[in-house]
Design a protein. Structure first.
Lengths: 324, 466
């Protein structure tokens, strides 16, 4: 187990370097550090001096990938790429190009994202699992087939319409909760209800159908037939055997999602004006703040890889047959 | 007229040609034709396929672009407008040309907002002005209802006439037999359980009825209202079909070669090839997809501003942006399929027939094309149809955060984007959202239903369960 984990963590390094390389290429293939300086300083009255000042303050005055005028190891180390990548690996995100501390911003904005994505995940799981189990109980009847049609129809509606419809119905017509915005502490609840509700409803169709398939796959197994042959009631079969065994793929699937919960959802946060990490990233992209984009891409990849490792660990925990 | 072939048009026609080639090829091979027949054994799938075929026809009409000829010029050689229009624009001209000044509700004959206008007596009054193109043949609002009913009835008449002609043609060509047909349709016990052919016919008839309604009512009213600058919303919805369909299909066309070549190579050759390819797709899939798309969109934006002179028209510019969106969506989408194909190839390589082929000294290339690829086709097929609906939905979401298609391009995402703030108006402007919702929902639902059926027919695991 420990050797497996070490290997996986060591394997993450080249991947993260690759991720950073792609970010660099995407950003600098059309942009030069000079262009970035001009965007941030404002296009008017920019002198060569102020551009080079801006670049040296933020460490953009070195060559991008290869320093041709240096010798030895310095050909690779005296570059923007090396400098910024090493800093990212120590989780020193530094300052954004507009001068704010990125680590502080991330730690502040992480919470609103988490306040939405965590309840959405938990409530969503609760509802979809119970609905799927109910449908599995009625499998092969009209209830089953019409529920599947309903699920497919719900899946076919764009998430945008759930958001727009929810905002219109609850906020404008019924005026129960505010349309968008955010507040600190306990007052934020009234802003959170709508995004959470819409998140749960939006995922209902896909989730229910997916778990139904998993349940039905388990129901056709031999051990279920044995349990029935022993005279167990349908309820007993479903709760004691099917649900427990179906939990293996479900739990491992959910574990893979856990780390990325921090990043929040871009669309939801943009629609509801929630100051989370999703809207942070969108803002950074629109204002061409490379430091933030780089930090967020890096963080996203780290969390993704963490999710993969956690999935493997979760497999060994829930399914004793699997050893790493 | 002077034909213009945009980049996406060319790719779309290549795609259709390969689709036709595949259909021709599959109809000759029993092992391919059999699962397809079982796809169409489900009434829902048959009806979904009819709807998809209708969308496809519209998209094809909308992909034939040309510069229209300007009439009434004195020179002998024809003069072409710099504007790019499609065949669909010409077909829908009666709806397309009817622009108003601002919003108007569906079937309204008065504008949405009041304007200052001169009355007969010369006074300036503020009132709702009459629309220029909707109901201009009527004297007042009281006549709207009876006029609509009359026109709908005539649409129904045309429809019945067309259906009867179609039946006669089919019977005279001996495709169907009259006696059997009547017996089938009058059999009440199967009334709620139509056969696949009946489901397809019912769907086709319904589509024809809506076309007939649009054709008779559309030129005289705005069936789904007009948008902020007075354009017909129904027309925009129909134009969005091409964008939606192309984003779902072109993305697949672009990513498929990468996924197949790399996935098979990694699974078949193992060693450093496998390591390199695994590294590549793990790296790409660990970057959050939206960020990759956003970064690419930003890059393209800068590129277009720097090379603004290279584009001869707004359409060409929007087209390139659209193609790049497909490209980058393809880059984010191929990793999943590549991983599946690699795993499946690993499994196949252990099988006896591959081993035998290698023992006989057959070249790797021939082994792959003869034995590996045909056994992977079901995975490719399933992934194409299942990815399609997700991509159509992704377009709308991405366009909303400004990293999707060009604002000048007609797409459902742009319609939603432009209309979502208008729900705050009083009375509510709901028709743009409704239209985008309707067209998108029908396409995605049909794609989902059809995709499920394809998966059920091609997935060997499910086939064993039956």
């Amino acid at each position: 187990m420990s050797s497996y984990l070490t290997r996986r963590i060591l394997y993450a390094f080249p991947i993260l370097i690759g991720v950073n390389f792609i970010t660099f290429v995407l950003f600098f293939v059309v942009n030069s550090p000079d262009d970035m300086a001009r965007v941030h300083l404002g296009n008017r009255y920019v002198t060569e001096d102020s551009i080079s000042n801006w670049k040296s303050e933020r460490g953009y005055d070195k060559p991008l990938f290869i320093a041709l005028n240096s010798t030895g190891k310095k050909v690779f180390t005296e570059t923007i790429f090396f400098d910024k990548t090493v800093r990212l690996f120590t989780f020193d995100f530094g300052q954004s190009d507009s001068g704010r501390d990125i680590s502080y911003d991330i730690s502040e904005r992480m919470w609103p994202s988490l306040f939405i994505s965590l309840p959405v995940l938990c409530l969503g799981l609760l509802f979809t699992l119970s609905l799927a189990l109910l449908i599995a109980f009625f499998r092969g009847t009209y209830i089953d087939s019409s529920a599947v049609i309903l699920c497919v129809s719900m899946m076919s509606i764009s998430g945008l319409f759930y958001i727009i419809g929810g905002q219109y119905l609850l906020s404008k017509l019924l005026q129960i909760v505010p349309i968008s915005g955010f507040d600190d502490g306990i007052a934020s609840i009234k802003f959170l209800i709508l995004p959470i509700l819409i998140g749960v409803i939006g995922g209902l169709g896909h989730g229910t159908r997916w778990y139904r398939t998993i349940f039905l796959e388990e129901i056709h197994r031999d051990y279920v037939r044995t349990a029935r042959a022993k005279g167990l009631s349908e309820k007993g079969v479903l709760y004691q055997h099917v649900l427990r065994n179906a939990l293996i793929p479900i739990v491992t699937g959910v574990v893979a999602l856990l780390p990325s919960l921090f990043l929040g959802s871009l669309i939801t946060e943009a629609f509801f004006g929630i100051p989370g990490l999703g809207s942070y990233t969108i803002d950074a992209i629109q204002s061409q703040d490379f430091a933030i984009v780089r930090a967020m891409v890096f963080l996203g990849s780290v969390l993704y890889i963490l999710g993969l490792i956690l999935t493997d660990v979760a497999y060994t925990l829930v399914d004793p047959r699997i050893r790493l | 007229m002077e034909l213009v072939i945009l980049k996406t048009d060319a790719l779309f026609f290549i795609l259709i040609a390969s689709l036709l080639a595949y259909i021709f090829y599959a109809s000759k091979k029993e092992h391919l034709a059999r699962p397809w027949r079982s796809v169409l054994k489900k009434p829902m799938a048959a009806s979904a396929l009819t709807i998809l075929a209708f969308y496809l026809t519209v998209a094809i009409l909308d992909s034939i672009h040309f510069h229209p000829e300007i009439e009434g010029t004195s020179s002998d050689t024809p003069v072409y407008s710099s504007q790019v229009v499609s065949l669909l624009d010409e077909v829908l001209k009666p709806i397309n040309k009817n622009t108003e000044t601002t919003y108007s509700a569906p079937f309204a004959i008065y504008s949405y907002s009041k304007e200052s206008q001169e009355s007969d007596t010369g006074q300036i009054i503020r009132d709702y002005p009459r629309l220029i193109h909707a109901g201009s043949h009527l004297s007042g609002i009281s006549e709207v209802r009876s006029d609509l009913i009359m026109r709908s009835l005539s649409a129904l008449g045309y429809w019945i006439f067309a259906m009867a002609i179609l039946c006669l043609i089919l019977i005279s060509l001996r495709v169907v037999k009259l006696k059997l047909m009547v017996a089938d349709w009058l059999n009440l016990s199967t009334f709620f359980r139509p056969s696949p052919a009946q489901a397809a016919v019912i769907t086709f008839a319904a589509v024809c009825l809506s076309i007939s309604l649009v054709a008779t009512v559309g030129p005289y009213y705005h069936i789904l209202g007009t948008d902020k600058v007075g354009n017909d919303v129904l027309f925009q919805g129909i134009k969005g079909i091409r964008t939606g369909l192309l984003i779902g299909t072109l993305t697949t066309l672009i990513m498929l070669p990468f996924a197949v070549v790399l996935g098979v190579a990694a699974g078949y050759f193992r060693g450093w090839v496998d390591d390199a390819i695994q590294y590549l797709y793990t790296t790409l899939s660990s970057i959050p997809g939206v960020l990759l798309i956003a970064a690419a969109a930003l890059m393209l934006e800068v590129f277009m501003t720097n090379n603004a002179g290279d584009f001869e028209s707004v359409t060409a510019r929007a087209d390139l942006r659209f193609l790049c969106l497909c490209l980058i969506l393809g880059v984010t989408a191929w990793t999943g399929l590549c991983r599946y194909l690699r795993a499946e190839t690993l499994k196949l390589k252990e099988s006896n027939y591959i081993e035998a082929s290698r023992a006989f000294g057959v070249l790797s290339w021939s082994t792959i094309s003869q034995h590996v690829l045909p056994n992977l086709m079901h995975i490719v097929m399933i992934s194409i149809v299942l990815d399609f609906s997700g991509l159509v939905l992704a377009e709308a979401a991405l366009t909303y955060i400004d990293i999707g298609v060009d604002p000048s391009m007609e797409s459902w995402g742009n319609m939603i984007n432009g209309a979502r703030l208008e729900l705050a108006r009083e009375p509510v402007v709901w028709w743009s959202l409704f239209t985008a919702f309707l067209f998108m929902f029908v396409l995605v639902l049909a794609a989902n239903v059809f995709g499920d059926s394809v998966r059920d027919a091609f997935d060997p695991r499910i086939r064993e369960l039956d």
